[in-house]
Design a protein around this ligand. Structure first.
Ligand code: GLP
Length: 242
């Protein structure tokens, strides 16, 4: 795992964008798997700007890391987020957009469908955020490293984070999510994790310096040669060596 230290949120966003841009520019049929949350909002701003200025995405396939179980048009869905922050803002159409359906009556069938897509479109890059408890996607602490796509239950701290991020109350907040498993996350050709802010400092410390264990899902990345993490000063503030 490579660690890139940057100053602040904006520098993290710009650098993360550059990594995604390089994939889009250099691969023949790029496959980019994206995530949501507060962390990548800045990256998507840079990406939208670049696409509208000519970065060609006509051959790019977009996949997703996860999707909340809930009504399609709920404020917190990955679908909504992707449309609001990327798809509806650009003047080009990607080749494919394959998001998960969290409104399905049959999650087993949806998992089967999405796994087939993953097999057909091997990911050139998987973008990730970091939960305050070091979860990846919805792989909460305790999830085995060999887990494949599944219907995950959120821990309470994740539900609280979702409530804060989307300004919703406990009753409205989703408690379950379809997510790629840790094994699939690590299998992407490149894995890029972004972390910014003091509230991520402990999770970053556990990821970089703690034990490699399912109790810290993100620690799976430590031994991955294909993984890069970009951390800003606040997120890196608890690390003993930099
Ligand atoms: C959520 C999402 C992840 C996201 C993470 C961090 O639980 N399932 O995809 O990366 O939390 O979110 P944030 O960037 O808002 O801190």
């Amino acid at each position: 795992m490579e660690i890139i230290y940057v100053k602040d949120y904006d520098e993290m966003s710009e650098m993360g964008f550059q990594v995604i841009k390089e994939v889009i520019e250099t691969k023949e049929s790029p496959v980019v798997s994206l995530n949501t949350g507060g962390t990548p909002k800045g990256l998507y701003k840079y990406l939208v700007e670049a696409i509208n200025q000519g970065l060609n995405i006509n051959d790019t396939t977009i996949l997703s890391l996860d999707e909340y179980i809930g009504p399609k048009d709920a404020v917190y869905t990955v679908k909504n987020y992707m449309h609001k922050r990327l798809i509806d803002l650009v003047n080009q159409k990607p080749k494919n957009i394959f998001l998960m359906d969290g409104d399905t009556q049959d999650t087993d069938e949806e998992i089967k469908r999405y796994k087939e897509l993953l097999a057909k479109y091997p990911r050139d890059i998987q973008l990730l955020g970091l939960g305050t408890n070091a979860h990846l996607g919805a792989n909460e602490p305790g999830t085995p490293f060999d887990t494949m796509m599944f219907l995950a239950q959120h821990h309470e701290s994740t539900i609280q984070a979702t409530m804060r991020e989307y300004g919703i109350d406990r009753e409205e907040a989703p408690t379950e999510m379809l997510t790629l498993g840790l094994k699939e996350i690590a299998e992407a050709k490149n894995v890029l994790l972004l972390a910014s802010g003091k509230h991520k400092a402990q999770a970053v410390k556990n990821l970089v310096e703690g034990e490699i264990t399912p109790d810290c899902p993100a620690s799976i990345l430590r031994d991955c040669k294909n993984a890069t993490i970009i951390v800003d000063e606040e997120a890196a503030s608890l690390l003993s060596k930099k």
